[in-house]
Design a protein around this ligand. Structure first.
Ligand code: SAH
Length: 346
Protein backbone atom coordinates (compact mmCIF):
# COMPACT_ATOMS: atom_id res chain seq x y z
CA UNK A 1 0.00 0.00 0.00
CA UNK A 2 1.35 3.39 -0.91
CA UNK A 3 1.83 5.64 2.09
CA UNK A 4 1.08 9.30 1.72
CA UNK A 5 4.40 11.09 2.01
CA UNK A 6 4.72 13.97 4.41
CA UNK A 7 5.65 17.50 3.33
CA UNK A 8 9.19 17.86 4.62
CA UNK A 9 8.73 21.60 4.96
CA UNK A 10 6.22 21.13 7.73
CA UNK A 11 9.13 19.99 9.95
CA UNK A 12 11.07 22.34 12.20
CA UNK A 13 14.84 22.19 12.23
CA UNK A 14 14.80 20.22 15.46
CA UNK A 15 12.37 17.71 13.99
CA UNK A 16 14.64 17.29 10.98
CA UNK A 17 17.63 16.72 13.24
CA UNK A 18 15.68 14.16 15.23
CA UNK A 19 14.63 12.42 12.03
CA UNK A 20 18.23 11.91 10.92
CA UNK A 21 19.26 10.69 14.34
CA UNK A 22 16.46 8.15 14.25
CA UNK A 23 17.71 7.03 10.85
CA UNK A 24 21.12 6.41 12.43
CA UNK A 25 22.70 9.41 10.74
CA UNK A 26 24.14 12.61 12.19
CA UNK A 27 21.70 15.23 13.50
CA UNK A 28 23.74 17.78 11.58
CA UNK A 29 22.21 16.49 8.33
CA UNK A 30 19.00 18.08 9.56
CA UNK A 31 20.70 21.49 9.46
CA UNK A 32 21.95 20.86 5.95
CA UNK A 33 18.51 19.90 4.68
CA UNK A 34 16.95 22.84 6.46
CA UNK A 35 19.35 25.17 4.73
CA UNK A 36 18.56 23.66 1.35
CA UNK A 37 14.85 24.04 1.93
CA UNK A 38 14.81 27.52 3.36
CA UNK A 39 17.90 29.54 2.34
CA UNK A 40 18.54 27.94 -1.00
CA UNK A 41 14.95 27.24 -1.94
CA UNK A 42 15.57 23.69 -3.24
CA UNK A 43 12.51 22.16 -4.89
CA UNK A 44 13.86 18.64 -5.34
CA UNK A 45 16.01 16.41 -3.14
CA UNK A 46 18.21 15.83 -6.16
CA UNK A 47 19.58 19.38 -5.80
CA UNK A 48 20.89 18.82 -2.26
CA UNK A 49 24.36 18.11 -3.55
CA UNK A 50 26.22 17.94 -0.24
CA UNK A 51 24.16 14.90 0.76
CA UNK A 52 25.03 11.42 -0.44
CA UNK A 53 22.96 9.79 -3.14
CA UNK A 54 21.59 7.33 -0.58
CA UNK A 55 20.51 10.08 1.77
CA UNK A 56 18.76 11.92 -1.03
CA UNK A 57 16.98 8.72 -2.02
CA UNK A 58 15.98 8.06 1.57
CA UNK A 59 14.43 11.55 1.76
CA UNK A 60 12.70 10.98 -1.55
CA UNK A 61 11.19 7.76 -0.14
CA UNK A 62 9.86 9.49 2.95
CA UNK A 63 8.90 13.01 1.97
CA UNK A 64 7.66 15.38 -0.67
CA UNK A 65 8.54 19.06 -1.09
CA UNK A 66 5.29 20.93 -1.61
CA UNK A 67 6.74 23.97 -3.26
CA UNK A 68 4.90 26.63 -5.19
CA UNK A 69 5.27 27.09 -8.92
CA UNK A 70 5.32 30.47 -10.61
CA UNK A 71 2.80 29.73 -13.33
CA UNK A 72 2.67 32.90 -15.35
CA UNK A 73 4.65 36.03 -14.94
CA UNK A 74 3.52 39.34 -16.36
CA UNK A 75 5.69 42.44 -16.62
CA UNK A 76 4.10 45.89 -16.58
CA UNK A 77 5.50 48.74 -18.62
CA UNK A 78 6.39 50.47 -15.34
CA UNK A 79 8.62 47.53 -14.32
CA UNK A 80 6.12 45.89 -11.96
CA UNK A 81 6.09 42.10 -12.17
CA UNK A 82 3.06 39.99 -11.27
CA UNK A 83 3.37 36.29 -10.52
CA UNK A 84 0.46 33.91 -10.65
CA UNK A 85 1.56 31.28 -8.21
CA UNK A 86 0.26 27.72 -8.39
CA UNK A 87 -0.04 25.93 -5.06
CA UNK A 88 0.40 22.17 -4.61
CA UNK A 89 -3.38 21.66 -4.72
CA UNK A 90 -3.79 23.60 -7.95
CA UNK A 91 -5.18 26.81 -6.44
CA UNK A 92 -3.65 30.08 -7.55
CA UNK A 93 -2.63 33.22 -5.70
CA UNK A 94 -0.90 36.31 -6.98
CA UNK A 95 2.11 38.24 -5.76
CA UNK A 96 3.71 41.37 -7.12
CA UNK A 97 7.23 42.79 -7.35
CA UNK A 98 7.27 46.58 -7.25
CA UNK A 99 10.58 48.22 -8.17
CA UNK A 100 11.49 51.85 -7.45
CA UNK A 101 14.82 53.67 -7.84
CA UNK A 102 16.07 52.43 -4.50
CA UNK A 103 13.86 49.55 -3.41
CA UNK A 104 12.29 46.35 -4.51
CA UNK A 105 9.08 45.59 -2.66
CA UNK A 106 7.28 42.26 -2.67
CA UNK A 107 3.53 42.41 -2.25
CA UNK A 108 2.46 38.95 -1.07
CA UNK A 109 -0.80 37.09 -0.49
CA UNK A 110 -1.83 35.47 2.77
CA UNK A 111 -5.04 33.67 1.74
CA UNK A 112 -6.54 32.19 -1.41
CA UNK A 113 -9.37 34.67 -1.88
CA UNK A 114 -10.27 36.70 1.20
CA UNK A 115 -12.26 36.35 4.42
CA UNK A 116 -13.54 39.91 4.18
CA UNK A 117 -16.03 41.58 1.91
CA UNK A 118 -14.74 45.03 0.97
CA UNK A 119 -17.02 46.28 -1.78
CA UNK A 120 -14.26 48.00 -3.74
CA UNK A 121 -11.82 45.09 -3.85
CA UNK A 122 -11.61 42.51 -6.61
CA UNK A 123 -10.16 39.83 -4.31
CA UNK A 124 -13.24 39.96 -2.08
CA UNK A 125 -15.30 38.51 -4.92
CA UNK A 126 -13.31 35.31 -4.80
CA UNK A 127 -14.42 34.56 -1.22
CA UNK A 128 -11.97 32.80 1.04
CA UNK A 129 -10.98 29.38 -0.25
CA UNK A 130 -8.26 28.62 2.24
CA UNK A 131 -5.41 30.04 4.26
CA UNK A 132 -1.91 29.85 2.87
CA UNK A 133 0.51 27.88 4.98
CA UNK A 134 3.76 29.47 6.17
CA UNK A 135 5.93 28.04 3.44
CA UNK A 136 3.51 29.10 0.70
CA UNK A 137 3.86 32.65 1.98
CA UNK A 138 7.62 32.33 2.33
CA UNK A 139 7.96 30.91 -1.18
CA UNK A 140 6.26 33.91 -2.76
CA UNK A 141 8.90 36.09 -1.11
CA UNK A 142 11.72 33.84 -2.24
CA UNK A 143 10.41 33.82 -5.82
CA UNK A 144 10.32 37.62 -5.89
CA UNK A 145 13.77 37.85 -4.35
CA UNK A 146 15.06 35.71 -7.21
CA UNK A 147 13.27 37.86 -9.80
CA UNK A 148 14.61 41.02 -8.21
CA UNK A 149 18.16 39.71 -8.51
CA UNK A 150 17.52 38.62 -12.06
CA UNK A 151 15.85 41.76 -13.40
CA UNK A 152 17.21 44.50 -11.14
CA UNK A 153 20.50 43.08 -9.91
CA UNK A 154 19.61 43.55 -6.29
CA UNK A 155 17.87 41.54 -3.61
CA UNK A 156 14.40 42.23 -2.36
CA UNK A 157 14.40 45.09 0.16
CA UNK A 158 10.83 45.32 1.50
CA UNK A 159 7.73 43.19 1.93
CA UNK A 160 4.12 44.27 2.23
CA UNK A 161 1.27 41.90 3.08
CA UNK A 162 -1.09 43.68 0.73
CA UNK A 163 -1.79 40.94 -1.76
CA UNK A 164 -4.79 38.66 -1.59
CA UNK A 165 -6.34 37.92 1.75
CA UNK A 166 -6.60 39.33 5.24
CA UNK A 167 -3.32 38.49 7.02
CA UNK A 168 -4.81 38.80 10.51
CA UNK A 169 -7.37 36.12 9.66
CA UNK A 170 -4.41 33.82 9.06
CA UNK A 171 -2.28 35.19 11.83
CA UNK A 172 -0.40 32.09 13.00
CA UNK A 173 0.81 31.18 9.53
CA UNK A 174 1.74 34.77 8.68
CA UNK A 175 3.82 34.98 11.86
CA UNK A 176 5.56 31.70 11.08
CA UNK A 177 6.37 32.93 7.57
CA UNK A 178 7.72 36.23 8.89
CA UNK A 179 9.84 34.37 11.43
CA UNK A 180 11.44 32.49 8.58
CA UNK A 181 11.82 35.59 6.40
CA UNK A 182 13.61 37.42 9.21
CA UNK A 183 15.66 34.51 10.54
CA UNK A 184 19.31 34.28 9.42
CA UNK A 185 18.51 30.78 8.20
CA UNK A 186 15.84 32.15 5.90
CA UNK A 187 16.30 35.51 4.22
CA UNK A 188 17.64 37.38 7.23
CA UNK A 189 15.52 40.40 6.42
CA UNK A 190 14.91 43.08 9.05
CA UNK A 191 11.31 43.10 10.34
CA UNK A 192 11.43 46.89 10.02
CA UNK A 193 11.19 46.35 6.27
CA UNK A 194 7.97 44.40 6.54
CA UNK A 195 4.47 45.87 6.64
CA UNK A 196 1.41 43.83 7.53
CA UNK A 197 -1.73 45.49 6.23
CA UNK A 198 -5.10 44.75 7.80
CA UNK A 199 -8.65 45.91 7.50
CA UNK A 200 -8.56 45.88 11.27
CA UNK A 201 -9.25 42.86 13.45
CA UNK A 202 -9.06 44.37 16.95
CA UNK A 203 -8.44 41.18 18.91
CA UNK A 204 -5.51 40.17 16.70
CA UNK A 205 -4.01 43.66 16.70
CA UNK A 206 -3.86 43.39 20.47
CA UNK A 207 -2.39 39.93 20.27
CA UNK A 208 0.31 41.21 17.91
CA UNK A 209 1.18 43.87 20.46
CA UNK A 210 1.36 41.22 23.20
CA UNK A 211 3.52 39.03 20.99
CA UNK A 212 5.89 41.99 20.60
CA UNK A 213 6.10 41.65 16.85
CA UNK A 214 8.75 43.86 15.26
CA UNK A 215 7.21 44.55 11.87
CA UNK A 216 5.06 47.55 10.95
CA UNK A 217 1.31 47.79 10.91
CA UNK A 218 -0.88 49.41 8.27
CA UNK A 219 -4.64 49.70 8.61
CA UNK A 220 -6.96 50.06 5.64
CA UNK A 221 -9.20 52.70 7.09
CA UNK A 222 -10.96 54.36 4.13
CA UNK A 223 -13.44 56.05 6.43
CA UNK A 224 -13.48 57.19 10.04
CA UNK A 225 -17.29 57.28 10.15
CA UNK A 226 -18.92 53.99 11.12
CA UNK A 227 -21.95 54.26 8.81
CA UNK A 228 -19.78 55.03 5.80
CA UNK A 229 -17.18 52.39 6.62
CA UNK A 230 -19.83 49.73 7.12
CA UNK A 231 -21.27 50.43 3.67
CA UNK A 232 -17.95 49.90 1.94
CA UNK A 233 -16.41 47.40 4.37
CA UNK A 234 -19.36 45.48 5.83
CA UNK A 235 -17.33 43.63 8.48
CA UNK A 236 -17.01 47.05 10.18
CA UNK A 237 -20.39 46.14 11.66
CA UNK A 238 -18.67 43.38 13.65
CA UNK A 239 -15.46 45.34 14.33
CA UNK A 240 -16.58 48.97 14.65
CA UNK A 241 -14.20 51.91 14.75
CA UNK A 242 -14.41 52.22 18.53
CA UNK A 243 -12.94 48.72 18.94
CA UNK A 244 -10.38 49.34 16.22
CA UNK A 245 -9.30 52.55 17.87
CA UNK A 246 -8.97 50.89 21.25
CA UNK A 247 -6.84 48.09 19.76
CA UNK A 248 -4.60 50.61 17.99
CA UNK A 249 -4.10 52.56 21.19
CA UNK A 250 -3.09 49.33 22.85
CA UNK A 251 -0.70 48.57 19.97
CA UNK A 252 0.99 51.94 20.25
CA UNK A 253 1.26 51.78 24.01
CA UNK A 254 3.06 48.46 23.76
CA UNK A 255 5.17 48.92 20.62
CA UNK A 256 5.66 52.69 20.37
CA UNK A 257 5.38 52.26 16.62
CA UNK A 258 3.33 54.54 14.43
CA UNK A 259 0.44 53.18 12.41
CA UNK A 260 -0.04 53.84 8.72
CA UNK A 261 -3.62 54.40 7.59
CA UNK A 262 -4.39 53.52 4.02
CA UNK A 263 -7.12 55.60 2.56
CA UNK A 264 -8.83 55.77 -0.82
CA UNK A 265 -11.04 58.80 -1.54
CA UNK A 266 -14.10 58.01 -3.65
CA UNK A 267 -16.44 60.36 -5.41
CA UNK A 268 -19.63 60.88 -3.39
CA UNK A 269 -18.66 58.31 -0.75
CA UNK A 270 -16.05 59.81 1.54
CA UNK A 271 -15.12 63.10 -0.12
CA UNK A 272 -17.01 65.59 2.06
CA UNK A 273 -15.74 67.91 4.77
CA UNK A 274 -17.45 65.70 7.34
CA UNK A 275 -15.35 62.74 6.18
CA UNK A 276 -12.17 64.79 6.36
CA UNK A 277 -12.95 66.05 9.85
CA UNK A 278 -13.64 62.52 11.06
CA UNK A 279 -10.31 61.30 9.69
CA UNK A 280 -8.41 64.18 11.29
CA UNK A 281 -10.06 63.34 14.61
CA UNK A 282 -9.30 59.63 14.27
CA UNK A 283 -5.66 60.39 13.48
CA UNK A 284 -5.25 62.15 16.79
CA UNK A 285 -5.83 59.03 18.88
CA UNK A 286 -2.62 57.27 17.95
CA UNK A 287 0.58 58.57 16.29
CA UNK A 288 0.19 57.78 12.62
CA UNK A 289 0.60 58.79 9.03
CA UNK A 290 -1.87 58.61 6.18
CA UNK A 291 -1.24 57.12 2.76
CA UNK A 292 -3.84 58.25 0.27
CA UNK A 293 -3.94 55.58 -2.40
CA UNK A 294 -5.24 55.92 -5.87
CA UNK A 295 -8.38 53.90 -6.60
CA UNK A 296 -7.88 51.07 -9.05
CA UNK A 297 -11.21 50.53 -10.75
CA UNK A 298 -12.67 47.04 -10.67
CA UNK A 299 -15.11 46.48 -13.50
CA UNK A 300 -18.54 47.57 -12.16
CA UNK A 301 -18.26 51.37 -11.92
CA UNK A 302 -19.93 51.58 -8.50
CA UNK A 303 -16.83 53.35 -7.16
CA UNK A 304 -15.06 56.27 -8.81
CA UNK A 305 -11.86 57.93 -7.75
CA UNK A 306 -12.65 61.33 -6.15
CA UNK A 307 -11.86 64.57 -7.95
CA UNK A 308 -8.39 65.88 -7.29
CA UNK A 309 -9.85 68.89 -5.46
CA UNK A 310 -11.27 66.52 -2.84
CA UNK A 311 -7.90 64.87 -2.39
CA UNK A 312 -6.26 68.28 -2.09
CA UNK A 313 -8.76 69.12 0.66
CA UNK A 314 -7.79 66.00 2.55
CA UNK A 315 -4.11 66.86 2.25
CA UNK A 316 -4.67 70.45 3.29
CA UNK A 317 -6.59 69.56 6.46
CA UNK A 318 -4.33 66.70 7.46
CA UNK A 319 -1.20 68.79 7.06
CA UNK A 320 -2.76 71.71 8.87
CA UNK A 321 -3.24 69.32 11.77
CA UNK A 322 0.40 68.16 11.50
CA UNK A 323 -0.51 64.72 10.27
CA UNK A 324 1.93 63.27 7.77
CA UNK A 325 0.21 62.41 4.51
CA UNK A 326 1.56 60.81 1.34
CA UNK A 327 -0.22 60.32 -1.93
CA UNK A 328 0.68 57.05 -3.55
CA UNK A 329 0.39 56.44 -7.22
CA UNK A 330 -0.59 52.95 -8.33
CA UNK A 331 1.83 50.63 -10.03
CA UNK A 332 1.26 47.80 -12.43
CA UNK A 333 -2.30 48.78 -13.37
CA UNK A 334 -1.91 47.60 -16.95
CA UNK A 335 -1.44 44.02 -15.75
CA UNK A 336 -4.07 44.13 -12.96
CA UNK A 337 -1.32 44.08 -10.36
CA UNK A 338 -2.35 47.18 -8.40
CA UNK A 339 -3.94 47.20 -4.92
CA UNK A 340 -7.30 45.49 -4.92
CA UNK A 341 -6.98 44.19 -8.47
CA UNK A 342 -5.64 40.74 -7.67
CA UNK A 343 -8.37 38.37 -8.74
CA UNK A 344 -6.74 35.60 -10.76
CA UNK A 345 -8.17 37.05 -13.95
CA UNK A 346 -6.03 34.95 -16.19
N1 SAH B 1 -6.74 42.65 3.70
C1 SAH B 1 -5.64 43.53 3.88
C2 SAH B 1 -4.59 43.50 2.80
C3 SAH B 1 -5.04 43.42 1.36
S1 SAH B 1 -5.60 44.86 0.51
C4 SAH B 1 -6.14 44.94 4.08
O1 SAH B 1 -7.33 45.16 3.98
O2 SAH B 1 -5.35 45.82 4.39
C5 SAH B 1 -4.29 45.99 0.36
C6 SAH B 1 -4.78 47.42 0.25
O3 SAH B 1 -5.43 47.68 -1.01
C7 SAH B 1 -5.80 47.77 1.31
O4 SAH B 1 -5.51 49.02 1.85
C8 SAH B 1 -7.09 47.81 0.52
O5 SAH B 1 -8.06 48.54 1.16
C9 SAH B 1 -6.63 48.39 -0.78
N2 SAH B 1 -7.53 48.19 -1.91
C10 SAH B 1 -8.42 47.19 -2.08
N3 SAH B 1 -9.06 47.35 -3.26
C11 SAH B 1 -8.58 48.46 -3.83
C12 SAH B 1 -8.83 49.14 -5.05
N4 SAH B 1 -9.71 48.68 -5.92
N5 SAH B 1 -8.13 50.27 -5.31
C13 SAH B 1 -7.21 50.72 -4.44
N6 SAH B 1 -6.91 50.13 -3.28
C14 SAH B 1 -7.61 49.02 -2.96
Amino acid sequence: MAIKKKDIRALTKDQLRAFFEKEGDKAFRGNQVYEWLWSKGAHVFEDMTNLSKETRQMLEDNFVINHIQVDTMQRSNDGTVKNAVRLHDGLIVESVLIPTETRTTACVSSQVGCSLDCKFCATARLKRMRNLNPDEIYDQVLAIDKESKLYFNRPLSNIVFMGMGEPLMNYNNVIKAIDKITSPEGLGMSPKRIVVSTSGVPKIIKKMADDEVKFNLAVSLHSAIDEVRTTIMPFNETFPLKDLREALEYWYEKTQRKITYEYVVWDGINDSQKDIDALVRFCKYVPCKVNIIEYNPIDDGQFQQAKSAAIDDYIYHLERNRIVVNVRRSRGKDIDAACGQLANKS
